[in-house]
Design a binder for this molecule. Structure first.
Ligand SMILES: *Cc1c(COP(=O)(O)O)cnc(C)c1O
Length: 450
């Protein structure tokens, strides 16, 4: 190990060739296997003598990779897929080869500088002040948690007398909000959205005020609005929610893990009006901004508040905090970090932001076309007009079981990956379209099986 031998050189060629083929062609969808099947196919791979680079790569190509669904496949439409650009994926290889430490300015100034410019692009699209800033974290779950921890630390300083802290959010908020509340040992106040699924400021204000009146020792420290729910792509009414937070001196966090990517799409930008009032926001470039896993952009209006909450103090770290430099570690729950925003930065810098706008509008257009196909389909009913790029619908007369069987078969036949979800207790199907490679013919092929 740690010697660049002719064998290493040869393996490097094999690795590059595999990577190029993977990037050039549509991969098969593939699918999971049981641990027993994988054990039978792969055997014990960890041995004292090692199996060699060539054999390990072959094992990955022939056994392991085919047991992973290709999340960038154009007919992978379940959950939220991923669709990294060619440049973003290529640069991920460079990041992997470069031993970059992304936690501190001292060690990673160049990488941090570039990441910060990518964050600035998002921050400017949202209309946050120039003083805003943040960090790329692993995912929306950690992004939401880190923002909420900063919010509570800030509230604690102002209200040391409070007995119980509370997060207010829509009943449709992402599961990671409940998870954050659990980790932080705080309470949640979930407010019903309107009949369209969008949380409204007036409802939120009423619920918070009556909660505070009934629980005088408790205090809501953060309001979480969702800018694009995962299930249906619905955006809370940010413009009415922001002032509810301001008037009560409550932190306003916008969870846009999926949806805020569309800030760069003029056709839907007005739906996000009010996001400029946010104290913090997140968006996952690994979802709909064409970056590889795993990258969540976490941005604070006033980063100094976040730093107060998150800075780790230790004798061996003091040297990093001497001179007011920007250390990404200080803005979330982490210390060591991969410069995970760099593939996104590289792609953004190389292609330019216009290409992002075009690709985003393309996915939005396909979602509208898919909705029209579903409206015209004799056995399908569209659940609602898509606000962003999630298209949800039902198959007339099907039970939850039938949805699941259809989904399993679709994957088994390698036609597509579409999993059932539910809405108000009723089983539904949804297409989450974030991949510019997803063409209308791909959706027709799937709809024809319904
Ligand atoms: C996906 C998602 C999250 C969680 O993000 P991860 O990157 O999966 O941790 C949070 N909120 C919303 C609205 C999401 O869609």
């Amino acid at each position: 190990m740690h010697e660049f031998t002719p064998e290493v050189e040869q393996l490097a060629r094999e690795v590059m060739e595999y990577s190029l083929i993977r990037l050039r062609t549509d991969p098969p969808l593939d699918g999971p296997k049981s641990p027993e099947e994988l054990q039978a196919l792969a055997g014990n791979t960890i041995t004292a003598a090692g199996i060699g680079g060539h054999a390990a790569l072959e094992l990955f190509k022939e056994v392991l990779a085919p047991a992973c669904i290709s999340t960038d496949h154009p007919r992978y439409l379940a959950f939220i897929p991923s669709a990294p650009t060619e440049y973003a994926n290529l640069f991920d290889l460079v990041v992997g080869a470069s031993a970059l430490y992304g936690g501190s300015w001292l060690e990673g100034a160049g990488a941090v500088f570039a990441e910060n410019q990518a964050l600035r692009w998002i921050s400017d699209l949202a209309g946050l002040p120039q003083s805003a800033g943040g960090v790329f974290v692993q995912g929306g779950t950690i992004g939401n948690l880190s923002a909420l921890v900063a919010a509570r630390a800030h509230a604690r300083e102002k209200h040391p007398e409070v007995a119980r802290w509370v997060i207010a959010a829509s009943a449709e908020a992402h599961s990671s909000i409940k998870s954050a509340a659990h980790v932080m040992d705080v309470l949640t106040l979930f407010v019903e959205p309107d009949s369209d699924g969008s949380l409204q400021g007036a409802d939120l204000a009423r619920e918070i005020d009556s909660y505070h009146a009934a629980n005088p020792t408790h205090r809501v420290f953060a309001i979480v609005a969702t800018a694009g729910t995962t299930n249906l792509g619905i955006i809370d009414d940010l413009i009415s929610i922001g002032p509810v937070a301001k008037e009560r001196d409550i932190w306003f966090h916008v969870d846009g893990a999926y949806g805020l990517a569309a800030l760069c799409a003029p056709s839907v930008r007005p739906l996000f009006n009010g996001v400029e009032l946010a104290d913090s926001l997140i968006v996952d470039p690994h979802k709909w901004l064409f970056a590889p896993f795993d990258a969540c952009a976490l941005i604070y209006r006033d980063p100094s508040i976040a730093k107060k909450a998150h800075l780790q103090k230790a004798a061996y770290l003091d040297t990093l905090d001497d001179d007011g430099e920007w250390n990404p570690s200080d803005y979330a729950i982490h210390l060591t970090r991969r410069a995970r925003g760099l593939p996104f930065w590289f792609s953004l810098a190389a292609y330019g932001t216009n290409e992002y706008t075009d690709a985003m509008e393309q996915t939005l257009r396909i979602a509208q076309e898919a909705a029209e196909l579903i409206r015209q389909h004799p056995r399908l009913s569209l659940l609602r007009d898509p606000e962003l790029s999630v298209v949800a619908f039902t198959r007339d007369g099907w039970t939850a079981d039938e949805y699941q069987k259809w989904s399993d078969q679709l994957l088994a036949d390698q036609i597509g990956f579409v999993t059932p979800s539910s809405h108000h207790g009723q089983p539904i199907l949804r297409f989450a379209i974030v991949n510019p490679w997803t063409k209308i013919e791909d959706l027709v092929a799937i709809l024809n099986t319904l």
